[in-house]
Unconditional design. Structure first.
Length: 198
C-alpha cells in the first residue's frame, strides 16, 4: 500500500494539472477495474495522496497530525516526497522546475536581501494553504503549468529550508539532517557568488 501511495503521490498535483482529484480518481478506477486494488484500497490511497503535499500541512489543508495514526503509510510517503525536495537532488530539481516554468534563478534585489545569516533569511511559513498557493502563483492553462511571482532562490526560503523540521519519521529526520545542511551551504554559497562577494 505504501508503495502505491508513493508512486501515485504526484498524480493530480495542481502543479501539473487543473483536474487533480479527477485525474487521480481516473487512475485509481483503472487500477480497480484491472483487478489490482479493491475499492477500499483505492479510497485509502486517495486519502494518503491528497495529504502528502507540503501545502496540505498548512492551516486549511487536508492533513492533520491524527492522519499519521489513521494512515501509517502517510509518514514515510510524506518524508520520501520531502527528502526528494532537499539535498543535491532537490537543488537540481528546484532549478530544473523553475527553469521549465520560466522563473528567474534569482533576482538581484532578492539576492541582496539575503545578506543576513540563513536563519534570518528564511521566511516564516505561510499562514495558510490559500496564502501559500497565492504566493507560489501556480496556474495550469491549456495543459501548461506556469509559476509567477518569485524566483527560484526565494523558493528555498519559502519552502525547502523548512522541510527538514517537518519530517514525520525518525529515518526521515536522520536523512534530512545532512541534506538540509548541504542545501543551506549551497544557498549561502550561491548568494555569495551572485552578489559578488566570492
Amino acid at each position: 500500500m505504501a508503495w502505491l501511495c508513493a508512486v501515485l503521490h504526484d498524480v493530480g498535483d495542481p502543479k501539473y494539472t487543473s483536474n487533480g482529484v479527477k485525474v487521480l480518481n481516473g487512475v485509481l478506477d483503472q487500477l480497480h477495474a484491472d483487478g489490482h486494488i479493491t475499492p477500499g484500497q483505492a479510497q485509502r490511497i486517495q486519502a494518503v495522496v491528497l495529504r502528502v503535499s507540503f501545502r496540505e500541512e498548512l492551516p486549511g489543508g487536508m492533513f492533520t497530525p491524527g492522519d499519521l495514526l489513521t494512515y501509517p503509510e502517510l509518514g514515510p510517503v510524506k518524508d520520501a516526497d520531502q527528502l526528494d525536495a532537499i539535498g543535491a537532488i532537490g537543488i537540481a530539481r528546484t532549478f530544473a522546475f523553475g527553469g521549465a516554468r520560466g522563473r528567474e534563478m534569482y533576482s538581484s534585489e532578492m539576492a541582496a536581501s539575503h545578506g543576513a545569516g540563513l536563519e534570518n533569511r528564511r521566511r516564516p511559513l505561510p499562514a495558510s494553504k490559500i496564502e501559500y498557493l497565492a504566493s507560489s502563483a501556480v496556474s495550469v492553462e491549456n495543459g501548461q503549468t506556469t509559476t509567477k511571482g518569485h524566483d527560484t532562490l526565494t523558493h528555498f526560503h519559502d519552502k525547502l529550508l523548512h522541510l527538514a523540521a517537518r519530517m514525520k519519521t525518525s529515518e526521515g529526520r536522520a536523512l534530512a539532517k545532512a541534506r538540509h545542511a548541504f542545501m543551506e551551504s549551497f544557498v549561502a554559497e550561491f548568494v555569495e557568488e551572485v552578489t559578488g562577494k566570492r
